[in-house]
Unconditional design. Structure first.
Length: 166
């Protein structure tokens, strides 16, 4: 991630896909990268895909302060966007409303820096988001697989791995 930030250039967009089980720090690493980019003057957004879809649905309420276009435009114009937890959105059909909105976001990010995080492997991710979305996600994208123990649970595991302690 340090190298990604150190060599960041608007003129040479590169994407990252951080994949691995939950609790390994994918979101943390992505958030830290955005902090560095923001400190360097770049506009950056971090949002989980499920939260994004919730926000987009909320715009359909006539009392909403924001329109769907407001959110989509923010995502399109940002120098770097982290789409966290891709594949965690509900719905199995890539042609569903969620799949369609994800397509709009991914398509608008082509030619711009985007960092994706997911708990899914390549095949499972492709099945979840659909071949069209997956193909666009993988354009100019370096895949980084993260492995190890769940950091969130490390405080509950004894050093010798003999169980849980209080």
């Amino acid at each position: 991630m340090r190298q990604y930030c150190d060599t960041y250039s608007k003129d040479k967009p590169r994407n990252l896909l951080l994949t691995g089980s939950y609790g390994l720090g994918k979101s943390h690493l992505s958030s830290a990268a955005l902090k560095v980019l923001i400190e360097s003057g770049y506009t950056s957004i971090f949002i989980s895909v499920p939260k994004l879809l919730t926000k987009l649905k909320a715009t359909y309420n006539k009392h909403s302060e924001f329109s769907e276009d407001n959110y989509l435009e923010l995502l399109e114009k940002a120098d770097c966007v982290v789409l966290d937890d891709v594949g965690a959105e509900h719905g199995r059909d890539p042609s569903s409303w969620a799949g369609s909105k994800l397509f709009e976001v991914i398509d608008s990010r082509i030619g711009k820096h985007t960092i994706y995080t997911t708990n899914l492997g390549g095949k499972a991710l492709q099945e979840k988001v659909g071949a069209r979305n997956f193909s666009r996600m993988m354009q100019q994208t370096k895949v980084i697989t993260i492995s190890g123990p769940d950091h969130r649970l490390s405080q509950f595991t004894q050093e010798k791995g003999s169980g849980v302690h209080e």
